[in-house]
Every structure is written in structure tokens, then in C-alpha cells.
Design a protein around this ligand. Structure first.
Ligand SMILES: Nc1ncnc2c1ncn2[C@@H]1O[C@H](COP(=O)(O)OP(=O)(O)O)[C@@H](O)[C@H]1O
Ligand SMILES: C=C(OP(=O)(O)O)C(=O)O
Ligand SMILES: [Mn+2]
Length: 537
């Protein structure tokens, strides 16, 4: 077996039971990964230097194909209501089949860290079939230096073989695609999908499993920090604006997607960003745009001219979910350490395609918990097959696909931290205004940014607030630089009766969704539900 690159020679992939391989490439940097991915026809080079890969049928994550091994350790701890189980025997067969499938192949290994805080990091060795996947995960996670690599022994091993096809009968899964996590053996197996995001979200899932026990809150959230050291955390589901809004020219970016919050403050799990490329605009998002024109960036499913290779970011022919993955140091105002102090503000982002939620509202601690456990956003028509109008999604803790433990565990951790550090919480709607999707328009980024600036600099706390009649939230009546009517959704709708009906419909969906959490929270949080608060007042 030929081994190339820098690594701990006494800890090769043979330790993982991989044998009869072709060449194993360890910790290659971008130049050699470019050469290998071009040689293998995995990707093309784009103007300015990024590579661009196509992922075929899987252009997003496959949450339904994610499985967790149910054994004596996980049995009592995992939230099985949310996680598909595999038996240890099924996992064993799968692991053997992965090893067999790897035989004769060249493999790429990256020895990385998940977690900028050394006390809480997971040493994640990611073994991939594709050179471009190796560059992707190298961009996304934290890269140890050369001396650290010499003694690197992984805590967690991820093996990602897109050409592997799972067999539901043999492996206990659902389709040819599988993401199997064995928390006890510290192994993740990814097969039957080319979507690179599965790898990074597996590390996130691992940290969601291990950190609560150490009193660290794992968060599906972006984060940035102001000149005064004031940290802002932005929770939100996919497409709500975590990446876009954490990138703020006046603040230092900590990270765009996954963070931990412990005694010492907030820390990034990652060392890179994974931004959406669809309709990416040089004017609205100059820093992110600039990463698409340089060597080392990985583009996913971006449509381009076959001769000039010019990208067409407006084209969603392959998918809405086109992506750009780059290391944090491609952003000029990004943190070098990935660590910062205690949050002063928490923003819960939602993309309300019903156009009912106000563009910003202040949340009291009980309302913050209610909205955290609800995890509301809406899917827009067209992003998934069969979605023709806005569709409500409730994903608890703003990330149910990544939660091995019951939401109440994360909820309680967050609640204590918010109380301890007197954090101000806000709900921000980056979705529709002036009507629901179809009639209205998306909230201008300029407006959202203006509202966030006012929240983060403390000035919004001094505003006059009205109470939203449906959600019971405190909504500012005026914010400098923002047209006042946009702060009151009903005023932006031409048809007031339709607004009332749509608002009521959304309230009903919130209430129905929260039923499963009612027994896990106290009366204050239950009373933070839309409408019930109004009845109580
Ligand atoms: N008001 C707004 N706030 C945030 N993003 C917006 C807004 N209007 C449009 N967008 C677009 O919505 C998308 C938000 O996606 P992104 O920031 O990648 O979300 P996430 O990181 O939470 O998945 C981007 O494509 C952005 O350009
Ligand atoms: C990487 C992802 O995260 P987000 O869309 O939240 O940026 C994803 O959902 O695959
Ligand atoms: Mn993002």
C-alpha cells in the first residue's frame, strides 16, 4: 500500500481495518487535491481558480437515511423518536462491506479537528473516496499544524464512499443511501450520496451527542463578535440567513453554522463556511462572492458555460442548493481563533414564507424557549418536489436532524445560559413581507441588516414596542432607516382579511406542533405560545 503526505506513521488507515488499498493520500493541501480531482474527472476548474463538482441525484442532505446504532450505551440516552435505529450486528455487516468496497481504491485522508476550543474538540479523521470531498472537509473543519499531525490519533473516524450502495435488506436501512453513526465505536459511515455537507453535519451530530454532558451547549447557529467583544449568536434552519447575516462588515465572523457555548464562551466547531451560491450577488454579499473567484474554494452544482467556464449563479437547473465551501481565512474579517466570549444577543432566524411574522421582535426568556423548541421556518415552493405553496417546517432546536438527545436537554442548557448571562433574545423574520410567497416579496437584506445592527448595538432596546396581536411578541414601532410600515406585517398586505386568515393558520400550526413539548416545559413557556398569552392578558 502506497502512502503519500504528512501523517502519524504509526496510525495509518490500516488501524481502521482498511487493507489492499491503492494509494492513500494523507492531509493533502489544495494543490495536490486539485490535481487528483481533475485527474479523476471529479470536478472542473472555474475562472479565478475554484473547483466545481456535480453531486448527481443527491444535491442536499438525506436526513431520512441517517441511522444510529442502538446498543447498551445509546439505548437509554438517544431520542429514538427522532433517530432511526440500527442494530450493532447490522452496523458490523455494513462496516465490513465498507472495508470490502474500499479494496483496490485510492483513498484521501484528512486529520482535522471539530471544535476550536481544545478542551472540547473532537479529532475527526475523514477518509474519502473523492479528492474533492477531501478538499471540502479540509476547508470546512479545523486544520491541525504539522507537528500536531505527527502525533494525531483520531477520536472519531468518518468514512465516506459515495459509490457504495447500501442494501436495505442486508443493512437495515431505507435506500441505497446511508449515513450510519455508531457513537460507541466512534465511527460514521457515509455511502450512496455525493453531497459533501453530510460529512460536516456528521461531526456536528457527534458534538451534539458528547457536549451536553460536559455542560456545553451545541448550537446550529452562526456567530460573530463586535468591537466591544459582544458576541451575537444566530440560530436558524437551512436558508434562514445564518451564513449571510453572520457575515457583517462591522463585526468579526466567528463561524457560519455550528458553535458550542460553554463556561468560557462561544467557540466554532468548524474552520470554514458553506454558503449558498444561488443568486449570490457581488453587491449584496461581496465577501462571500469573492471566495468564488479564488483558488482553493469548492463549488457544488454551480451551472457554468462549458467553454468560458463562467458561473451562472442565477441558474437553479441542477438545484436551488448550489454551494460554495471555503476556509474561514478567505474572509478578511474572520476570527483567527474561532473563539470569543459570552453572547450578549441571541437571534432566532426564521424565513416565514407566510409573511406573517414581524421582521424583528424581542423575546422574553420564556418566549425564547418556546421558539427554540418550536424551530419554525417555512419551505418555499419549488425547493422540493411537490411543494407548491409555502409549507411550515418545525425543526426543534433549529436542527432536529442533528439531535441525538431529547430537545429538552438542549433547551434546558440554553435556558440556563441565557439566564446566567442575561442575554437579549430576538426573533428575526428574513422571509416574506407584503403578502405570502407568491404575492409578497422576500425581506430586503438591507432591512434585515439594519434591524440587526440596531439590536446588536443596544439601541433597539430603547425603542417603543407594540404587542403583536397573534404571537404576543414585543415589536418595535420604529427603527431609524427602516420604513415603519414594514415593522407591522398587516400594514404591508393589500388584503387584510387574507392576512388575518393566514396569521391564524400559522398560529394554529405553532400550537399543534408544540403539543409534544408541553409536558417538558413549565407554565411560563407554555404561556409563551401564540394566542394563549393574549387570552391570559
Ligand atoms: N433578508 C434576508 N436575510 C437573509 N438572507 C436573505 C434575505 N433575503 C434573501 N436572502 C437570501 O437567503 C439565503 C439565506 O441563506 P443562508 O445565509 O445560506 O442561510 P443558512 O446559512 O441559514 O442556511 C441567501 O441566499 C440570501 O441571499
Ligand atoms: C450545510 C447545511 O447547512 P445550512 O443550509 O444550514 O447552511 C445543510 O443543511 O446541508
Ligand atoms: Mn449556512
Amino acid at each position: 500500500m502506497k502512502q503519500v503526505g504528512t501523517f502519524n506513521a504509526s496510525y495509518g488507515v490500516d488501524k481502521f481495518g482498511l487493507k489492499d488499498l491503492g494509494t492513500v493520500f494523507y492531509n493533502l493541501h489544495a494543490p495536490m487535491l486539485y490535481e487528483e480531482s481533475i485527474r479523476r474527472n471529479e470536478a472542473v476548474i472555474m475562472p479565478g481558480g475554484p473547483i466545481n463538482a456535480e453531486t448527481g441525484i443527491h444535491t442536499g442532505r438525506s436526513p431520512k437515511d441517517k441511522h444510529t446504532v442502538r446498543d447498551a450505551t445509546t439505548e437509554k440516552k438517544v431520542w429514538w423518536g427522532n433517530n432511526n435505529a440500527l442494530t450493532p450486528e447490522q452496523f458490523d455487516v455494513l462496516l465490513q462491506d465498507f472495508r470490502k468496497h474500499a479494496e483496490g481504491k485510492d483513498l484521501f485522508v484528512q486529520d482535522l479537528y471539530g471544535g476550536a476550543d481544545p478542551a472540547f474538540r473532537v479529532k475527526s479523521r475523514v477518509i474519502t473516496e473523492f479528492a474533492w470531498h477531501s478538499l471540502f472537509i479540509r476547508n470546512l473543519l479545523i486544520r491541525p499544524d504539522k507537528t500536531e499531525l505527527a502525533s494525531y490519533v483520531p477520536d472519531l473516524t468518518i468514512i465516506d464512499l459515495p459509490s457504495f450502495k447500501a442494501d436495505p435488506k442486508r443493512h437495515g436501512c431505507r435506500s441505497e443511501t446511508i449515513i450510519a453513526l455508531d457513537f460507541t465505536r466512534k465511527i460514521v459511515l457515509i455511502g450512496g450520496t455525493n453531497y459533501a455537507g453530510e460529512m460536516k453535519k456528521s461531526v456536528f451530530t457527534w458534538l451534539n451527542w458528547t457536549l451536553p454532558e460536559q455542560n456545553v451547549m451545541p448550537m446550529h447557529a452562526s456567530a460573530n463578535v463586535g468591537d466591544d467583544g459582544d458576541v451575537a449568536v444566530f440560530f436558524g434552519l437551512s436558508g434562514t440567513g445564518k451564513t449571510t447575516l453572520s457575515q457583517d462588515p462591522n463585526r468579526i465572523l466567528i463561524g457560519d453554522d455550528e458553535h458550542g457555548w460553554g463556561k468560557e464562551g462561544v467557540f466554532n466547531f468548524e474552520g470554514g463556511c458553506y454558503a449558498k451560491a444561488i443568486r449570490l450577488s457581488r453587491e449584496a454579499e461581496p465577501e462571500i462572492y469573492a471566495t468564488t473567484e479564488r483558488f482553493g474554494t469548492v463549488l457544488e452544482n454551480v451551472v457554468f458555460d462549458t467553454v468560458t467556464r463562467e458561473p451562472d449563479f442565477d441558474c437553479e437547473e441542477k438545484t436551488e442548493n448550489t454551494r460554495v465551501a471555503y476556509p474561514l481565512d478567505f474572509i478578511s474579517n474572520a476570527s483567527r481563533t474561532g473563539r470569543a466570549g459570552q453572547p450578549k444577543n441571541i437571534i432566532m432566524l426564521t424565513c416565514d414564507a407566510f409573511g406573517v411574522l414581524p421582521p424583528i421582535a424581542k423575546l422574553d426568556p420564556a418566549q425564547a424557549m418556546y421558539h427554540f423548541l418550536s424551530g419554525y421556518t417555512a419551505k418555499v415552493a419549488g425547493t422540493e418536489k411537490g411543494v407548491t405553496g409555502p409549507e411550515a417546517t418545525f425543526s426543534t432546536c433549529f436542527g432536529h436532524p442533528f439531535l441525538p438527545l431529547h430537545p429538552s436537554i438542549y433547551g434546558n442548557l440554553l435556558r440556563e445560559l441565557i439566564a446566567k448571562h442575561s442575554v437579549d433574545c430576538w426573533l428575526v423574520n428574513t422571509g416574506w413581507t407584503g403578502g405570502k410567497e407568491g404575492t409578497g416579496r422576500r425581506m430586503p437584506i438591507r432591512v434585515t441588516r439594519r434591524l440587526l445592527t440596531a439590536a446588536l448595538d443596544g439601541s433597539l432596546n430603547k425603542a417603543t414596542f407594540r404587542t403583536d396581536p397573534y404571537f404576543g411578541l414585543a415589536v418595535p414601532t420604529s427603527v431609524p432607516g427602516v420604513e415603519p410600515h414594514i415593522l407591522e406585517p398587516v400594514k404591508t398586505w393589500a388584503n387584510k382579511a387574507e392576512f388575518a386568515a393566514t396569521a391564524k393558520h400559522l398560529v394554529d400550526m405553532f400550537r399543534k406542533n408544540f403539543v409534544e413539548f408541553e409536558s417538558h416545559v413549565d407554565a411560563k413557556v407554555r404561556d409563551a405560545a401564540p394566542f394563549s398569552r393574549i387570552a391570559a392578558e
